[in-house]
Ligand binder design. Structure first.
Ligand SMILES: *Cc1c(COP(=O)(O)O)cnc(C)c1O
Length: 385
């Protein structure tokens, strides 16, 4: 019996293998901007360390100097609702409030905890979620865990969204529009101001924006696309992760105090998990405090991103991106894997992205640039692609 079940799993893995969609955990070691895999040293172009902060040794050194064995807590040893709510949480949330000019902020264990926890907490059976077709898996999981009804609108298609709002508005007590700001796979952007305008037409519509790929990278102060588009205050659930450009771990929401209080009481992924280690919270705050001064890094990242996009289009690739995330669209999974391996042999660590992460037939190589990458390296990459 047991053998039979295991055989079924084996067969399913085999089927994935045959479609070149089987995944493995790559063994890599890190050496500043490079990764080393099976003895092959490659420039890392698959990292979410968008500002190059995770590879900045000097930054780590100055942070470590602020710690002593007495102030270094590697674990919170408990949920935030019990004994895990260390002063480092308050300090970090105060810093978030000050930077965003908001009244309340709340920190979560990860972006995944955040997205799988907020929607189930704030939705009921008379809630409708209208989510962009391309939102991240963590948001999809949050939607599925909630008791809300949901419809996915065509990617960045606000006429479609407007018609869904119009058609459904009288059937629900609450409607929540859910989008990313920069999309993780296509690297294109939402028009947040337009979404705010749409939301304002109805008193019972709220807006949820995930800035996972824009926090740190966009806006004068690095606070994301909502800062750039001047609509921080109009977004009801303004969320992001510390795990990407901010080179740390955790997620956050910028919101009204009542939403914060409500989440503390209702959000299962906040309540039933051990709080983040204080040392990570301190590191997150340390990075946040310096974010405003990192404009040069943001400008450089934008410059090389623009250059790469133009070059990709010049080579005949379709490139929907308007950011530092640049897909090289190939289509077939096998061809995508082959191309990625070829580029790895040439010293660039690029990875294939395949179904189910992206729709069938849209396999691609996902290039993510970081501020640590030099212009001449992008030029060389383009030559070899
Ligand atoms: C990476 C990502 C997350 C998850 O954040 P983690 O902190 O890595 O758990 C959530 N949303 C989007 C859009 C992401 O790209």
């Amino acid at each position: 019996m047991e053998q039979q079940i295991l055989d079924i799993y084996r067969k399913e893995l085999q089927a994935l293998e045959e479609k070149s969609n089987r995944r493995q955990l790559p063994e890599v070691t890190h050496c500043e901007r490079e990764v080393i895999r099976q003895g092959n040293r490659m420039l890392n172009l698959s990292s979410n360390d968008y500002l190059g902060l995770a590879t900045d040794i000097a930054l780590r050194k100055t942070f470590l100097e602020t710690l002593t064995p007495e102030t270094f807590f590697p674990s919170a040893s408990s949920s935030r609702l019990l004994t895990g709510n260390f002063p480092a949480y308050t300090a970090l949330e105060d810093t978030l409030c000050r930077l965003f000019g908001s009244e309340a902020a709340l920190v979560f264990n990860s972006g995944y905890h955040m997205n799988t926890g907020i929607l189930p907490a704030v939705c009921h059976a008379k809630t409708l979620i209208l989510a962009d077709k391309l939102v991240h898996a963590s948001l999809i999981d949050g939607i599925r865990l909630s008791s809300a009804q949901y419809i996915r609108y065509k990617h960045n298609n606000y006429e479609h969204l407007a018609s869904l709002l119009h058609k459904n508005q009288s059937d629900y007590e609450r409607i929540i529009i859910v989008t990313e700001s920069i999309f993780s796979m296509d690297g294109d952007e939402a028009d947040l101001r337009r979404l705010v305008e749409l939301k304002r037409q109805y008193p019972h519509v709220l807006l949820y924006v995930d800035e996972a790929h824009a926090i740190g990278v966009r806006g004068e102060k690095g606070l994301g696309l909502a800062e750039e588009q001047g609509c921080i205050e109009e977004i009801d659930f303004l969320t992001g992760t510390f795990g990407k450009a901010l080179a740390s771990v955790g997620g956050y929401i910028i919101c009204k105090p009542v939403i914060r209080e409500y989440l503390i009481n209702k959000m299962r992924t906040l309540i039933f998990t051990t709080a983040l280690p204080p040392v990570n919270l301190m590191w997150s705050r340390y990075i946040l405090e310096q974010l405003g001064a990192m404009k040069e890094k943001r400008d450089h990242l934008q410059a090389i991103s623009r250059y790469l996009k133009e070059s990709l289009i010049g080579k005949g690739y379709a490139c929907p991106s308007t950011s530092h995330i640049l897909p090289v669209m190939i289509g077939d999974s096998r061809a995508t894997v082959r191309k990625a391996e070829e580029m790895q042999r040439k010293g660039f660590y690029l990875l294939p992205v395949r179904p189910p992460t992206v729709p069938e037939g849209t396999s691609r190589i996902r290039l993510s640039l970081t501020a640590a990458i030099r212009e001449e390296e992008v030029e060389q990459l383009v030559r070899l692609l």
